[in-house]
Design a protein around this ligand. Structure first.
Ligand SMILES: [Zn+2]
Length: 226
């Protein structure tokens, strides 16, 4: 019998392997040193593996970790301000987000990440201007992140409906100069959205982090879309 760290058994497994969602009923999973080593019918796994801990997922479904590709976790601290508000981004969030300091943003990020983990999200695609704290927290809780430091050249203020953004190329240059990628999490700099950069911010965008790689031909930068 092979010794592993953890066994999980349950009536519903969605493995995402093969056709569709890879559903398997009355299944068990063996996990060893953080890696899934077997998913098979319960009798088979229980006969082949033993572990100090067995999780019984009766009444539950087992799924791979979710990936949330579009988050602004820091703004979670402003929850409730945008709902049912006319011109929500400018009139709901705008005046309040302009007053947020880094500590408040970090608190919002931590809340969003903890709630995400509780709901089954294990990879966080987060976009924001100051992401060092987010990277540190994701590392601390053992999750994964795809983090983008957004380059925004549109001046931050409340715009009226239909009013065009005012651009300041210095904003983009400053963001790029400040972010050298000091974390082992994959991080990028990328324009917040095509309508948020006048063009000067684009050439410096790229991947930071361990390798310092920049995207080459055929690679794509994470682009934040509304
Ligand atoms: Zn967004």
């Amino acid at each position: 019998m092979t010794q592993v760290d953890l066994l999980v058994k349950g009536p519903h497994f969605y493995t995402m392997q093969g056709d569709g969602v890879g559903y398997q009923g009355d299944t068990a999973m063996a996990v060893d040193r953080g890696r899934i080593v077997a998913i098979a019918p319960q009798e088979q796994v229980m006969a082949e593996y033993s572990a100090p801990r067995t999780l019984d997922a009766a009444g539950h479904a087992v799924l791979p970790g979710f990936i949330d590709a579009h988050m602004h976790t820091g703004l979670c601290i402003l929850r409730g301000l945008a709902q049912d508000t006319n011109n929500w981004m400018m009139y709901g969030l705008g005046p309040f987000s302009a007053q947020l300091n880094p500590a408040a943003m970090e608190a919002g990020s931590q809340l969003a990440i903890l709630e995400g983990l509780r709901a089954g999200t294990t990879t966080f695609g987060d976009y924001g201007s100051q992401m060092d704290g987010v990277c540190r927290f994701i590392e601390r809780v053992g999750a994964r992140g795809r983090i983008t430091v957004t380059v925004r050249e549109a001046v931050r203020r409340v715009y009226n409906p239909g009013e065009l953004y005012e651009f300041d190329a210095g904003y983009g240059r400053q963001t790029l100069a400040e972010n050298h990628g000091s974390t082992r999490l994959p991080t990028w700099t990328s324009v917040l959205a095509v309508h948020c950069a006048a063009g000067q911010g684009l050439p410096g965008c790229g991947r930071h982090g361990g390798s310092g790689l920049r995207p080459g031909a055929g690679q794509q930068l994470p682009q934040h879309h509304q």
